[in-house]
Ligand binder design. Structure first.
Ligand SMILES: [Zn+2]
Length: 118
């Protein structure tokens, strides 16, 4: 059994569960390859989630573009369809949001304080 992240709520789910116990999202088709990578496909056969052997994870939109990534050291980033990072969460818990030019527009520190930039 392996743990993967739910494609809807990102919480940990057994790859054998038929629905996500956290948000109820139905489990879609799952495949594993010989080197231990896990793939999840939607009902149309589009890949929507992938977990690499090193623990890194990627989520895809319905056009096959990566929209969310999590590295093995728990750095998370969300991207728009142009591949620009719009939100990132660092392993230390700091979160940042970016505009389309890559400038920080909003920052959240680990103590909960938030800051908005013009
Ligand atoms: Zn879920």
């Amino acid at each position: 059994m392996a743990l993967i992240s739910c494609y809807e709520c990102c919480k940990e789910v057994s790859d054998r569960a038929t629905v996500c116990p956290h948000c109820g999202a139905p489990k879609l088709r799952i495949e594993k390859n010989s080197i231990g990578m896990i793939f999840v496909f939607d009902e149309k056969g589009n890949e929507i989630y992938r977990k690499h052997k090193d623990g890194g994870e990627c989520w895809y939109n319905d056009k096959g573009v990566i929209i969310h990534k999590r590295t093995p050291d728990c750095m998370e980033s969300w991207e728009n369809e142009n591949g620009s990072v719009i939100h990132e969460k660092l392993p230390n818990g700091i979160e940042k949001w970016f505009d389309n030019n890559g400038r920080v527009i909003h920052e959240k520190k680990t103590d909960g304080t938030e800051k908005w930039y013009k």
